[in-house]
Design a protein around this ligand. Structure first.
Ligand code: ATP
Length: 365
């Protein structure tokens, strides 16, 4: 079972505080959507509007083309899976999973068969008679997922579903959640503040900030082509180089920076005007700090301040000769020898640079 969701101009006000400010979002049937953002940005509030635990102050929510305005949570085609799983401790896993079906007056043999089918799907077929306390955190999470899916919701709402798990298990469960969602085809809306989790799982990520949607797109799109300074920095480590927009032709734009004027190719010009303040956003892995420049553009010489080995690469802090107050974070090849005080040539793949409106609140950390 699956359904599309339309959120139109949804606003939620608590007293004089606007928790959600004019949110509009179309979710396709069977899509895995992740709502991502820092604590307090409104993710849980938006999930609660979908589940019917809160009503919007204005705006509408439609599921499968039907306005949910007057529909109580239990009557919605949604199920919410909370972070604490809320399993019944005295019940077997089979009875936990079958609970929602029992409430719907489904007969015992049918609901047990359904529960066992779902326990099989989440890899707990042989544990149906166990109680929740006999399980690990990851296994409890799987039971909660099986229980949420047992009532065949059109839309499953997951609030920080992996928040209680340690990092390794979290990464493993991300893969499992994604695989199970693809198998059942249910629309999933999943809340997290972990950008790696969002990238690992989502078909589309909705980046939220201070009650608004900041950016929406595939993980690749959000990481490689963020639309705002907030998204660029929230999605991972990034260097911000402040600049001034100079000019554009059909195929290039020119940005003046403290490290010289940079010509960038084939840029989708987002309404920049000459003289406007802009920021170049460059991921550390898009820098090269080497002795050869090849066909890349160069930002001049830079001094190695320090470096750390990360297995797949070194992460180095560099200070450019032309602007020593700036710190650039760059990834250098695994085989590189990083010596503090050494001079390197700082080069860049121009196609990887993103040009953003405005300047960041603070210089590059
Ligand atoms: P977290 O990741 O910490 O759970 P979140 O992004 O899910 O954060 P919400 O729980 O949606 O954030 O809360 C958004 C804002 O709305 C917060 O500032 C919160 O204090 C406020 N808020 C949420 N519920 C209420 C309420 N019932 N009354 C007043 N303010 C509320």
């Amino acid at each position: 079972m699956t359904a599309p969701v339309s959120i139109r101009n949804a606003t939620k006000i608590f007293g004089d505080f606007t928790a959600l400010d004019d949110i509009s979002l179309e979710i396709a049937a069977g899509e895995y959507i992740v709502l991502l953002g820092p604590s307090g940005c409104g993710k849980t509030t938006l999930l609660s509007l979908l589940g019917g635990f809160l009503s919007p102050s204005s705006g509408t929510i439609e599921i499968n083309g039907k306005d949910m305005g007057d529909v109580a949570p239990a009557k919605r085609p949604t199920t919410t899976m909370f972070q604490d799983y809320a399993l019944f401790p005295h019940m077997s896993l089979r009875d936990n999973v079958a609970f929602g079906l029992k409430m719907r007056k489904v007969g015992k043999s049918e609901r047990h068969a359904k529960a066992e089918e779902l326990l099989d799907m989440v890899g707990l077929k042989t544990s149906a008679n166990k109680k929740p306390h006999e399980l690990s955190g990851g296994q409890r999470q799987r039971v909660a997922l099986a229980r949420a899916l047992a009532v065949e919701p059109d839309v499953l709402l997951l609030d920080e579903p992996l928040g209680a798990l340690d990092l390794k298990l979290r990464r493993q469960m991300q893969d499992e959640l994604k695989a199970i969602q693809k198998r059942v085809g249910t629309t999933f809306v999943h809340v997290t503040h972990d950008q790696e989790e969002a990238m690992a799982i989502a078909d589309r990520i909705v980046v939220m900030n201070a009650g608004r949607i900041e950016d929406v797109g595939s993980p690749e799109n959000i990481y490689m082509q963020p639309k705002t300074i907030f998204t660029a920095s929230f999605m991972g480590e990034v260097n911000f180089i402040p600049g001034t927009f100079e000019s554009a032709t059909d195929s290039t734009i020119s940005v003046k920076t403290p490290l010289g004027t940079v010509e960038l190719p084939e840029f989708e010009c987002r309404g920049f005007t000459p003289g406007a303040s802009v920021t170049l956003a460059i991921r550390p892995e898009h820098f090269r700090a080497s002795t050869g420049t090849g066909s890349r553009i160069t930002l001049g010489k830079a001094k190695v301040e320090d470096g750390s080995f990360f297995g797949t690469h070194h992460r180095a802090h560099l200070s450019p000769l032309d602007y020593p107050n700036m710190t650039i974070t760059a990834h250098m090849p695994q085989s590189a020898i990083i010596e503090p005080g050494a001079w390197v040539e700082l080069t860049l793949d121009p196609t990887s640079v993103v040009v953003l409106h405005g300047h960041p609140p603070r210089p590059t950390p």
